[in-house]
Design a protein around this ligand. Structure first.
Ligand SMILES: [Fe+2]
Ligand SMILES: [Fe+2]
Length: 394
C-alpha cells in the first residue's frame, strides 16, 4: 500500500488500513473502495494521511510502533482519567481560577483517578516495544484520528521508551519513563478547555504564563495520587526545562550527560527521564504541526530542528541517540532519488518499502521515471550507498 495525503485521494482508490473515529470505533474498514462521500468523511474526521492499496505495492505494510490493542488501551485509560479530572476542575473553576495551592489543598479531588489502568497500559507499551523489536521510529504508520492530546501522550510514551531502550534502561525504568510520558501534559486539564487546546505558538502574556504552569499542576496531581511516584512527579515537573537553564518552570540546568541506568537524575538538575521526554514530545509536536509550528514538518526537518537545539535546549547525548532511531522516510511514502551511486536512477520516483538499518537508507520499490511515467515495480537496496540522497515527495 501507499501513504498519501487525504487531499490527494481520488474516487475508486481502495483503503489500505482501517480507520477509527476519535472514540476508537471503526470508521472505515480496510478494503473499502472510496467514493466522494467517504473522502469527505475522512477530511471531516480530521485525517491528514491515509493508506491506499495499489498494484505492485501489496507487500508494503507500515508497522506502527505499538499494536492497535495497546494504543487503544493507553488512549482509553487516558481519556477516562482526563474526563474525571475535568469534571472536578469544572466544578471548582466556577468558584475561581485553579491554582497550585488549590490543587495541593484538595488531594482527594485533584488526582489521577485511574493511574493503575495507565500503569497497566504503559506495561503493554513497554512489552510491545521490546517484543516487536522495532528498530526505527515510524510514528507515521499510526493514522487514527483520535483526539490529539491522547494520541500525543501515547506517541510520546512510545518514543520515550524507544529512546530509553537505546540507553539500556531496565524494564522498571522504562515503565517509569513510559508512565511519566503518558502523564507529561496531564496538568493541562487544569487550564480549562480553551487554553488546553489553543496552539501554543498563539499564546502570549497572561495566557502563556498560565500555560507554563502545566508542569507544576501535573506534578501536584501525581503527588496527590501517590506520593511514592517520585520519578514520575519530577519528570513531569521538568519536561519543559532546557539544558542551558532557559526552560520553565524552574529554569533548571542540565549537564548533557547520557541518561545511564545508574544515574536517573543529575543533582539539582533536570531529571534524566525528562530529558528524554522533552525530545520525544517536541518531535511529535513538530511532525504533527502542534505546539511551536503552525504546519506539520517533514520528519527530516523536524529532526533537523531538534538537532539545532542539541546541547542548548535538549540533552546532547539523547539527541544523538534519537537521530539514530528516527525514521526520515515513512513507510509507504513517495520519494525521489536525487543522488545515488547506482547508474541512471537520479530523478526516479520510488515508494518506501520498509525501514532499513539506518534512517537514511530505507528499502525502496521503483515507481516512476523522472517524467512521472510508471515503471515496473522493482525493489532497490541502497544499504551500502554512502552517496545516496533522497527527497520526500508526499
Ligand atoms: Fe508540556
Ligand atoms: Fe506535550
Amino acid at each position: 500500500m501507499r501513504r498519501i495525503p487525504v487531499e490527494n485521494l481520488e474516487p475508486g482508490m481502495v483503503l489500505g488500513r482501517s480507520l477509527f473515529s476519535a472514540t476508537n470505533t471503526l470508521a472505515l474498514a480496510a478494503g473499502q473502495k472510496l467514493d466522494p462521500r467517504y473522502i469527505k468523511l475522512l477530511g471531516d474526521y480530521g485525517y491528514q494521511w491515509t493508506y491506499v492499496e495499489e498494484d505492485g505495492f501489496e507487500e508494503i505494510t507500515p508497522q506502527d510502533i505499538l499494536s492497535d490493542t495497546t494504543r487503544r488501551l493507553a488512549e482509553n485509560a487516558l481519556h477516562e482519567g482526563v474526563d474525571k479530572l475535568k469534571h472536578a476542575v469544572q466544578m471548582k473553576a466556577e468558584a475561581g481560577q485553579i491554582t497550585s495551592d488549590l490543587l495541593s489543598s484538595e488531594p482527594d479531588l485533584f488526582n489521577i483517578p485511574n493511574v493503575d489502568d495507565m500503569s497497566h497500559a504503559v506495561s503493554s507499551v513497554v512489552r510491545d516495544i521490546i517484543d516487536r523489536n522495532i528498530g526505527l521510529v515510524d510514528i507515521f504508520a499510526e493514522v487514527a484520528s483520535s483526539t490529539y492530546i491522547y494520541r500525543h501522550a501515547v506517541n510520546v510514551a512510545a518514543l520515550a521508551v524507544l529512546i530509553g531502550r537505546q540507553f539500556g534502561l531496565t524494564s522498571r525504568q522504562l515503565r517509569e519513563l513510559g508512565l511519566s510520558a503518558i502523564l507529561h501534559d496531564f496538568g493541562k486539564v487544569c487550564l480549562g478547555d480553551d487554553l488546553m487546546t489553543r496552539p501554543k505558538h498563539e499564546l502570549e502574556g497572561d495566557d502563556l504564563e498560565r500555560f507554563q504552569e502545566h508542569p507544576t499542576y501535573g506534578s501536584i496531581l501525581i503527588h496527590n495520587t501517590d506520593p511514592s511516584l517520585v520519578a514520575e512527579r519530577l519528570t513531569v515537573l521538568h519536561h519543559h526545562e532546557w539544558q542551558n537553564g532557559g526552560g520553565y518552570p524552574q529554569g533548571l540546568k542540565g549537564d548533557n550527560l547520557p541518561p545511564s541506568r545508574s544515574l536517573e537524575r543529575a543533582d539539582d538538575g533536570i531529571h534524566r527521564y525528562a530529558e528524554i521526554i522533552s525530545i520525544a514530545e517536541s518531535y511529535d509536536n513538530l511532525v504533527h504541526g502542534n505546539g511551536e509550528v503552525p504546519r506539520p514538518l517533514d520528519p527530516a526537518d523536524a529532526l533537523g530542528m531538534i538537532m539545532s537545539f542539541a546541547g542548548k535546549r535538549f540533552n546532547q547525548a539523547v539527541c544523538h541517540a534519537f537521530s539514530q532511531i528516527v525514521c526520515l522516510y515513512p513507510t509507504g511514502s513517495m520519494i525521489q532519488v536525487q543522488q545515488s551511486s547506482a547508474f541512471g536512477l537520479e530523478g526516479y520516483y520510488a515508494i518506501v518499502k520498509e525501514q532499513g538499518t539506518t534512517p537514511a537508507h530505507p528499502f525502496l520499490i521503483l515507481y516512476a521515471d523522472p517524467d512521472g511515467n510508471r515503471v515496473r515495480p522493482k525493489t532497490l537496496d541502497f544499504s551500502n550507498d554512502s552517496t545516496l540522497k533522497l527527497k520526500l515527495m508526499v
